[in-house]
Design a protein around this ligand. Structure first.
Ligand SMILES: Cc1cc2nc3c(=O)[nH]c(=O)nc-3n(C[C@H](O)[C@H](O)[C@H](O)COP(=O)(O)OP(=O)(O)OC[C@H]3O[C@@H](n4cnc5c(N)ncnc54)[C@H](O)[C@@H]3O)c2cc1C
Length: 514
């Protein structure tokens, strides 16, 4: 099935133009000619910037809603917002702008600090919303899919389902595929078996800061750097992913357990996490996630892969027995029978989280090896017990297993490749229901948990581009943690210097240190 929108031109257009014009299209080489003056005049642009931001940014950074900023609505500072339809339009536009003009790219609009959607005075934003092509093809027996720069997960997952394929996608239906891949996105459900989505990229079409269209393959220096730090290095027009058959995921079991007091949630988490460390982490055939929600639910999910050899029923029964022992009711049980059902499981929940605006702060912490008892105690006694789950009721603490294929495959510049166990603290609330003092209290509680986490031996904090809040004032984000190692951070820095010396691409989660 192809879900290509025929107005989109994307890669196919570039290939066609190259053929017509007799311009060679070789991996990693420049395919456009000289600059074009028609660029900005011909490209669709946004006239109502306030409406655009309200529609395109899925949330507003909790930090932007504090102090003086809490008085009025968050606005985009960009000079102009364009909606290009092809690689050529993007390249023409970039070349037609003065070399020092900052350029931001927006795909799904889910990045939590709004770096690219708010941008800065004088900046130009490229909203990729028209680049919606999804094309399936085969190459040397590999099932590939080429995805346009504006495709979001709901669109990709629906299309891949028709092809009976599987990919390590993120949970949010509106999260941009490219925005996720270029910032080191990971799937708590699937990465243990399928790796990070970036580890499945075989080709990238990008427009550089100089306005050149380049097709990158793993042989190109820039290729690997793009798959973790890409939002600082180029504009992705499309990317090609290698799929696996849907049979790699046997299915999932989910149990929702309700609690009344935080003390009960902590007690359940304490035993469930020991169980996760002892029974699940050593077995790469299964992933386990425990989510503690502000709506007073504990959601335990096991995802079983084709490599699982144990008894599914036994694992689930152990968690049910724990709930029974603690006298906590299991209020819902779901059996998800395929990759697709598992990938789409949280869409209704996420779609129901709305706000005016929806405020968000995202942080993560994790361990490279199995977590120690002291770390598990910290997660329970401080993270589960002290996060603002009652004050910001859309908030969740997600405690997940990783490692497996994400660790075994070729490393990318993403801290997510190195972590076997990790926790996301996602603070979320409807801002219209909160006074400035309440917003501050929620941000302070979040920050207090994260600051304490920084002092816990063996716990890495904010190591992920997709799950760190880069606009926290004074936060000590480390390039080596975010990109996975000092060597990766150095490689990214060197690429940045080489391909974007004017720092045109400055609206990304690493702006503090690149
Ligand atoms: C509900 C929800 C669920 C989530 N689930 C997960 C999850 O399961 N796993 C996970 O790892 N993360 C998850 N995230 C985090 C999310 O993956 C990241 O915030 C991601 O960067 C968002 O990408 P986007 O395209 O939606 O956002 P955008 O704000 O559009 O883009 C994010 C960044 O990517 C850059 N970018 C966008 N398009 C391009 C392009 N074409 N070329 C170059 N740079 C580009 C932007 O400039 C910006 O810096 C979730 C977030 C939310 C809100």
């Amino acid at each position: 099935m192809s879900t290509e929108n025929h107005d989109d031109v994307s890669r196919r257009f570039v290939l066609k133009q190259a053929a017509i014009g007799g311009i060679g299209l070789v991996a990693g080489t420049v395919v456009t000619g000289s600059g074009s003056e028609r660029a900005s005049a011909a490209i669709e642009h946004v006239t109502e910037k306030a409406t655009w931001l309200a529609e395109r940014a899925s949330c507003v950074s909790g930090n932007r809603l504090l102090g003086a900023d809490s008085a009025g609505p968050v606005v985009t500072k960009a000079r102009e917002i364009f909606l290009p339809r092809s690689a050529e339009e993007i390249a023409d536009l970039v070349r037609s702008l003065p070399a020092e003009t900052p350029v931001g790219s927006v795909c799904g609009g889910h990045e939590s600090s709004n770096a690219a959607t708010v941008a800065s005075d004088g900046a130009v934003i490229l909203d990729m919303a028209h680049l919606k092509s999804i094309e399936f093809h085969e190459e040397e027996g590999r099932a590939l899919v080429t995805v346009g720069g504006g495709v979001v997960f709901r669109e990709l997952v629906e299309a891949v389902k028709e092809r009976k394929g599987a990919l390590p996608v993120g949970t949010g239906p509106g999260v941009g595929v490219v925005g996720y891949v270029v910032n080191g996105g990971l799937s708590g459900y699937f990465s243990r078996r399928l790796g990070l989505l970036g580890q499945r990229v075989t080709r990238l079409t990008v427009v550089t800061a100089a306005g050149e269209i380049r097709v990158l393959t793993p042989d190109d220096e820039l290729f690997t750097a793009m798959l973790g730090a890409g939002s600082a290095l180029g504009i992705v027009v499309d990317l090609t992913l290698e799929m696996e058959p849907e049979s790699v995921v046997r299915g999932a079991e989910q149990r929702v357990i309700s609690f009344e007091t935080r003390h009960q949630a902590v007690a359940f988490a304490r035993e469930a996490l020991r169980f996760q460390a002892e029974r699940v982490l050593p077995d790469e055939g299964v992933a386990m996630e425990l989510v503690v929600t502000g709506t007073k639910a504990l959601v335990a999910t096991f995802v079983f892969y084709d490599t699982f050899r144990g008894s599914m029923a036994e694992l689930v029964a152990a968690l049910e027995a724990l709930a029974q022992r603690l006298k906590l009711p299991v209020v819902a049980s779901s059996h998800l029978s395929s990759w697709y059902e598992t990938a789409a499981a949280l869409w209704p929940v996420i779609n129901a989280m709305k706000g005016s605006p929806l405020a968000m702060l995202q942080h993560c912490m994790g361990t490279e090896g199995p977590p120690t008892d002291a770390i598990l105690d910290f997660i329970c006694d401080t993270v589960v017990a002290g996060s603002p789950l009652d004050e910001a009721t859309f908030s969740i603490v997600e405690i997940r297993t990783l490692g497996g294929s994400a660790m075994a495959k070729k490393p990318l510049p993403s801290g997510n490749c190195r972590h076997r166990f990790f926790v996301d603290l996602i603070t979320m609330y409807d801002a219209k229901e909160k006074t400035p003092a309440e917003r501050q209290e929620i941000a302070d509680m979040t920050r207090s948990v994260i600051e304490k986490a920084r002092g816990v031996e063996g716990l890495a904090v904010d190591f992920s581009g997709t799950h760190s809040q880069p606009d926290d004032p004074g936060s000590a984000v480390s390039p080596a943690l975010i990109f996975g190692s000092e060597a990766m951070a150095e490689m990214v820095r060197a690429e940045k210097k080489r391909v974007d010396p004017e720092n045109r691409f400055r609206f990304h989660p690493y702006a503090k240190f690149l």
